[in-house]
Design a protein around this ligand. Structure first.
Ligand code: DX5
Ligand code: ZN
Length: 221
């Protein structure tokens, strides 16, 4: 069983300085990041365009940290092999995207990677229940995906985190619960109190003057 009570801090490079990406990755590593979160956006599933598999491949040689790749794209099934090839450790796909969710999750695991499933703030938690025995991580989006620097949607999303934890424990399942969007020192504690253990944070970590201090405070240590 994985330790779903250990708090994991995953800085999102969306908020890093892309002109110095190698240094930013090293800065996150040195500051004690547990995982690195990479937000892929296609301008179709979400409003924004970020980067694709080539950037994931460019990051890979510079860190041994787990690369937690979040695909905000309409056809994750179609592009999956490119992200596997790029060196992702975990690939998270959206339940709302246009694909056979079970088949995609199976394909991720068949490639030897961990499989994550994400849902948007408007999507009811029941939508992911059929897949919870096929995943390593559930990502409950705490903002409408597309942009960094938005505010944490507590009322809409925390009941879903609590319901996911309840479902997991009642059914003896084993997956991390990750939150993503608007995570800083105050909201990290709210998310943890509801049952999340993986904290993705862009703005509050990469824009912090002291990232190591920010990470250790976020970890609660
Ligand atoms: C939102 C992305 C997030 C984003 C979080 O669309 O999925 O990972 O980088 O950014 P902050 O921490 O700035 O809200
Ligand atoms: Zn993300």
């Amino acid at each position: 069983m994985r330790d779903c009570n250990r708090r994991i801090i995953a800085p999102s490079i969306l908020a890093s300085d892309w002109s110095r990406l190698k240094e930013e990755i090293e800065r996150a590593d040195t500051a004690g990041a547990d995982w690195l979160h990479l937000d892929v956006m296609d301008g179709h599933f979400v409003e924004n365009i970020s980067f694709g598999p080539q950037l994931v491949a460019a990051v890979r040689p510079h860190t041994e940290t787990t690369l937690d790749v979040h695909l905000m794209i309409t056809r994750p099934d179609k592009y999956l092999p490119m992200f596997v090839e790029a060196g992702a450790d975990r690939i998270t796909v959206h339940v709302e995207a246009d694909h056979d969710v079970s088949a995609t999750l199976r394909e991720i695991r068949a490639a030897g990677l961990q499989a994550g499933l994400a849902l948007n703030p408007v999507t009811p938690i029941e939508k992911v229940f059929p897949f919870l025995d096929e995943i390593d991580l559930l990502l409950v989006m705490t903002v409408v995906p597309g942009f960094g620097g938005q505010s944490f949607m507590e009322k809409e999303t925390m009941p879903k985190v609590a319901a996911a934890r309840e479902f997991r424990d009642a059914n003896n399942l084993d997956f991390h619960i990750e939150v993503d969007g608007g995570i800083e020192l105050e909201t990290v504690e709210i998310a943890a109190a509801h049952g999340a253990n993986v904290m993705v944070a862009g703005t509050s970590l990469f824009r912090a003057p002291d990232m190591a201090g920010a990470i250790s405070k976020m970890r609660g240590s």
